[in-house]
Structure formats: C-alpha cells, structure tokens
Ligand binder design. Structure first.
Ligand SMILES: [Zn+2]
Ligand SMILES: [Zn+2]
Length: 117
C-alpha cells in the first residue's frame, strides 16, 4: 500500500509499504479519507517531542475508513463497517486517564504519533 512516511523535518516520502495485519485486540482500517491537523504540521516541521531525530514513521491520525481486518478477541465490530479513530491511547490508570483526559496522560501512545498512523 502507499503511505506518506516521515523521514525527518520537511522530508515526507510517498512509499510502498507492507499492509499490516490486525494483532490481538486490534482493528485494521482501510483508510478512505484522511486530513491534516496542526499536530501533523508540527511533526512535519520536526517540532513534535514524540518524533525525535532519526524517527521514521507513518504519521496521520485524522482518518475514517472501513474495517479491513479484525484481530483475535475483538468484539462488537464487523468487517466493512465504517469507523473513525480516537487516536489517543492513555495508560488507563492515571488521574488524567480516569478523568477522561487520556490525551494528557504522561505515558500515552497515539496512532500516527508513537505508533504507525
Ligand atoms: Zn490531529
Ligand atoms: Zn494515563
């Protein structure tokens, strides 16, 4: 599949990358549309702390698409179902996460930020 891959500040390359598979508890989304937000611009300009020097990663977290693959143990979704993502994944245990502010978790992960977008 084609993906825009970040290689450094101002260096975004369109590359052919392997299609991922959904691991346990994961859903693989076939992206139908994606947009760019201020966070993506900070990443592209090299100003995002989760993209330190030498980071090579697929950014992008403002997406909508349909479910291409369901990982083991996923319930409540069906292949082909249209979905969007809430990209922030907090630890689920700290004060910020418990109060619903997982984007402020000190140990967060986020699609397109700390994992492939
Ligand atoms: Zn965003
Ligand atoms: Zn947390």
């Amino acid at each position: 599949m084609l993906a825009a891959v970040y290689h450094g500040p101002g260096d975004l390359r369109l590359e052919d990358v392997p299609v991922l598979t959904a691991g346990p508890g994961e859903i693989l989304i076939r992206v139908k549309a994606a947009s760019i937000c201020g966070t993506d611009l900070r990443i592209l300009h090299g100003d995002h702390r989760k993209y330190p020097p030498a980071t090579v990663r697929i950014p992008g977290h403002e997406v909508v698409g349909d479910i291409a693959d369901l990982g083991e143990g996923v319930e409540g979704f069906v292949p082909g179902q249209m979905v969007f993502i809430a990209p922030n994944m907090g630890c689920g245990h700290c004060r910020q996460c418990i109060s619903g502010n997982n984007n402020r978790c000190a140990n967060y992960d986020a699609i397109g930020i700390t994992v492939e977008g």
